[in-house]
Write a new protein. Sequence first.
Length: 98
Amino acid sequence: MGVSVSLVWVNRGGLGNSNLVFGVFIAQLTLNLLWPQVFNSASYAVSLIMLLGMIAFTAYYAVLIYDVSQVASMLVWPYIAWMSFASLINVAYLWEAI
């Protein structure tokens, strides 16, 4: 994510609305930083919603930056895949808690 946002920062002149792009990035980063505390407090439903938000924000970020830097966009695709897998694990924990 750091390399991706760095590439976008260097090429930000080509962005239509850089505030939107960096705002979306900060939103996913904030959810990412808060998620472990929520998950470890056994709030599995809330942590699942947070993961889905992270996936949505990251996918939106990838779409927004694709025309500026395809490499920066492709760098976040494995992260989206990882969060999708983490969501399945989160669902399993939620299922067990019910």
